[in-house]
Design a protein around this ligand. Sequence first.
Ligand code: G1P
Ligand code: ZN
Length: 543
Amino acid sequence: MAVIIKSTTPFEGQRPGTSGLRKKVKVFQQPGYLENFVQSVYDVIGDFSGSTLVVGGDGRYYNKEAIQIILKMAAANGFGRVLVGRDGILSTPAASCVIRKYEAYGGLILSASHNPAGPDEDFGIKYNIGSGGPAPEGVTEAIFARTENISEYKILEVDDIALEKIGVTQIGEMQVEVIDPVTDYAELMQSIFDFDAIRELLSGDFRMAFDAMHAVTGPYARVILEEMLGAPDGTVINGIAMDDFGGGHPDPNLTYAEELVDMMYGEHAPDFGAASDGDGDRNMILGSHFFVTPSDSLAILAANARLIPGYTDGIAGVARSMPTSAAVDRVAERLGIDCYETPTGWKFFGNLMDADKVTLCGEESFGTGSSHVREKDGPWAVLFWLNILAVRRVSVEEIVKEHWMLYGRNYYSRHDYEGVDAVAAEEMMAYLRSRFEKLPGNNFGERIVKACDDFSYTDPVDQSVSSGQGIRVLFEDGSRIVFRLSGTGTEGATVRIYIESFEHDPERHGMDAQEALSDLIEAAAIISRLQEFTGRSEPTVIT
Ligand code: G1P
Ligand code: ZN
């Protein structure tokens, strides 16, 4: 059981963001590639000798092979113990939960989120710190810098470690403890939500469907919904986790969660439908023939939080990413709590939660969460909705419509233009910036531009400044258009245009969002000269 030191060459890393390092499986399979990244992590995260590391992933292709390498390297580098999910499985929120519960030094999470899986698809790895949240930029930058000048890595020469059974194996000086991937997470859920009330709801006429999209939430949903909460067998669809996610694209939205959407808009639609993504951090919520936008969902969770045992004392504050609709702002105002507007991405919420400034947070991109962990959490959001439904005993649609009555409706839509020429996209953004002075005062139909800016955020906790986070065109009537380039796309550039308007009048709450926003959609094209720059006239995805 010797520690082997192998020499290696630096690799052309990719600056790992908060979603870590994401590449094709074939790239990760190159000799030394994963090892370089893992050793770079171990080299820069500080003195962890004798402490605990948490390891698990969404079960995609290459998950098991990667975990063997990570464990053998953890032992060679001096970790005292590794907690690893059985068969190498841990959803992203469950990994965050386990890191916090066992006060681990940190964790390595293997996932490429909602991206397809398989030998020719994507793989990913990221490091989370002891709070359970993604490593902050200082750490990811240090990892990146290390990948560029690394010359060797350490690995223990041992046989593969058995991960199929709960139990402890000793390798070298380190213990590998295989844990049930669901138990700790399920216990946490039980400590937040009223499982009795939900069980009663599910034992009556109420019908629900949960689409696990053949990804990691299958086993979580089967245990929590079907075993613990007594939902009938078959409630969880596509519940068998597969290493290629059944060939699908496990992103819970109206386009990719097709089977669930057909069911929810079909003849005998269940009362409630939900889906989660590849690694279990995103969620989509549907009622019978009714879609709840993620922005509205966040606002509704905030408005109803006191109905949930875990939040009966109220919530400290809320946060949303800048492009997310302002629906939750109105709830915060009424509750008399702070509402923070952060740049896109989950990392900004962590500081606010660690400082007890916010309890709930979310993004328009189907991510919602709370301070129970430091990642967004798909099944948590589903249980939150179920708990509200169990208490209020009205339909999803009624809850949303009543919410609009009370607070007004924020019509909202995001238009994505994928695979746009990267230079053209940058030029369009530069053109928009050049018009900041000229646009205010101009009118587009009835709407008059009030101000334009490039969103900048000063973290209220550590005072760090993040600028250039998206161009905002704000109108006098409260509506707005936001332009930003995706930071996660893989081919060319993805232009995202977020469009929002506010409607107080309940008589006007029944419109289709695209129709209600049509004049702003037109204005967005005129203001940005989108077609001239990109050659595109229609978005590739509308959410
Ligand atoms: C997208 C979403 C963003 C989310 C991120 C990671 O990033 O828009 O809200 O945090 O994925 O899941 P983008 O491609 O827009 O940079
Ligand atoms: Zn995800």
